[in-house]
Design a protein around this ligand. Sequence first.
Ligand code: URA
Length: 239
Amino acid sequence: MRLDRFIASQREELSRSKVKELCRRGLVTVNGAVVKSSDFSVDEQSDEVCISGERIGYREHVYIMLNKPAGVVCATKDRLTETVLELIPPELRRRGLFPAGRLDKDTEGFVLITDDGELAHRMLSPRSHVPKTYFVRLETPVSEDTAARFSAGITIDGGELCLPAELTFTDVPNECLLVLHEGKFHQVKRMFAAVGNRVTYLKRVRIGALELDEKLPLGACLEIMHKDVDKLLTRQSPD
Ligand code: URA
């Protein structure tokens, strides 16, 4: 891969023309030797590329766990409202990042931000049935009947049939965990509306088998390690 393409792909703030300029100024080294021409060919897996001595590590894709706060939208751009991409710290920013899936503006919790379109597609495709787990607080206590209707597959307004979903009770009567295997528009809220209840607080706490880090503050991000990326696609429901 060309040196300028390599660096530009890893750092959003460094365009290919900026890289050219850095090379001209003698600030770029490959395996310790100054390289002045930005079309120099590098092996992205094995060569050590540095700018002013700082190593530019290579990752084909980046996977970011964001703990989305309420009031922020899952979009790449919005004229009026802050987007999830604006919460990504500069060191994790790169071209092509997008939120893989949407949470409502008032929903909190785990949003995956990535530049890996293929993984996002596999994670979101209704056919892959990757479970998404939500913590739900309701206006009135959750009943056994609701759990049974969700588990059988409930029909929500407009006649849409939902796939079976698993509801787990907690110690608090009006709180529960709900695992969905698809992502219809406002699905959790509409499912509870269909049984005469109302969601007052919603947070996504797990995607596949990967849990939202409970120490991650609202609005903060962390990079998901490559060894954990496959967990985002794990189909079976967590226990
Ligand atoms: N279901 C909803 O109703 N809202 C969300 O944000 C996610 C799932």
